[in-house]
Design a binder for this molecule. Structure first.
Ligand code: SF4
Length: 279
């Protein structure tokens, strides 16, 4: 067994919370740049330019890319031969989130659903753990904004709705969401599994690098078709019109029950943040 120190996890998660909120990935920056070159709307081009400028300032001055610094969603890839020395993994992640949001002057956004009392620490984090053979420990911290999460949906289609039903639901969801999720968007689509599995694979697909395609050619074609149709809606950057409503659509699929066709649309805003750490 390989032992990983509790304190090492805390420190790495703390740093990742800050880095994710200060630095956009190169893939997102490149997608803004490419979209700006293609955008027909002058207002849309101006907004994309401002997003590029915003990303530069956030990285240089170490300030949050957006005032909404998100729910700390953490995806963990845990090797079966790893133990945590000095505590447990989820506590270490929560302690890292608490310290990262404090030290980075990041807004704490997590509250009691009824009283709305803020927990004051941006915890508890949402932690998803995948166990696999080996002695690795990889954690991806993905702060998720409230505006784009509010516009996301899970639905249980009828099997007879088929592929056309899936396309129709995704496009209608983006149309209804309009400017609310802060476009340009990255759209995660989870097809199949169960109610919760569809939501989970849709969210996880948001971690894929922009520009990547699903390895299944049929799903890759679906990603292209949905992206084109969504950009034809004309919502544009920040909902002020233009071609760039979405930067990417990522589709993931899982086998489902013969009676069901679960579908999830998890929308990410232009502040598409995630940092991976390896311990
Ligand atoms: S949805 Fe995204 S860009 Fe909009 S306020 Fe929330 S984090 Fe910021």
């Amino acid at each position: 067994m390989r032992a990983v120190a509790f304190d090492a996890i805390v420190k790495k998660v703390k740093d990742a919370c800050m880095a994710a909120n200060f630095e956009l990935g190169e893939d997102v920056i490149n997608a803004f740049q490419k979209a700006k070159e293609k955008e027909e709307s002058p207002v849309g081009r101006e907004i994309l330019e401002q997003l590029l400028e915003n990303a530069k300032i956030a990285q240089k001055d170490k300030i949050a890319l957006c005032q909404d610094t998100g729910f700390a969603v953490c995806f963990v890839d845990l090797g079966e031969e790893v133990t945590v020395k000095g505590g447990n993994l989820v506590d270490a992640i929560n302690e890292g989130v608490k310290r990262g949001y404090e030290e980075g002057y990041l807004r704490k956004s997590i509250c009691h659903p009824f009283t709305r009392e803020n927990t004051g620490t941006n915890t508890p984090a949402i932690v998803h753990i995948d166990l696999s053979p080996g002695d690795h420990l990889k954690i991806t911290v993905a702060p998720k904004g409230g505006g784009s999460e509010n516009m996301s949906r899970v639905t249980m289609l009828k099997p007879s709705d088929g592929i056309e039903g899936i396309k129709g639901f995704v496009i209608e969801r983006i149309k209804e969401a309009g400017a609310n999720p802060c476009p340009p968007l990255i759209i995660g689509v989870g097809i199949g599994g169960t109610f919760e599995k569809a939501a989970l694979i849709a969210k996880k697909s948001l971690l894929r690098p922009l520009g990547s395609k699903n390895p299944d050619p049929a799903l890759a074609r679906l990603e292209d078709e949905l992206l084109e149709k969504i950009n034809d809606l004309g919502i544009g950057p920040q909902g002020l019109g233009g071609r760039t409503t979405a930067l990417a659509v990522h589709v993931e699929m899982h086998p489902c029950h013969i009676a069901s066709l679960p579908l999830a649309v998890n929308i990410n805003c232009h502040s598409s943040r995630h940092k991976e750490i390896v311990l």
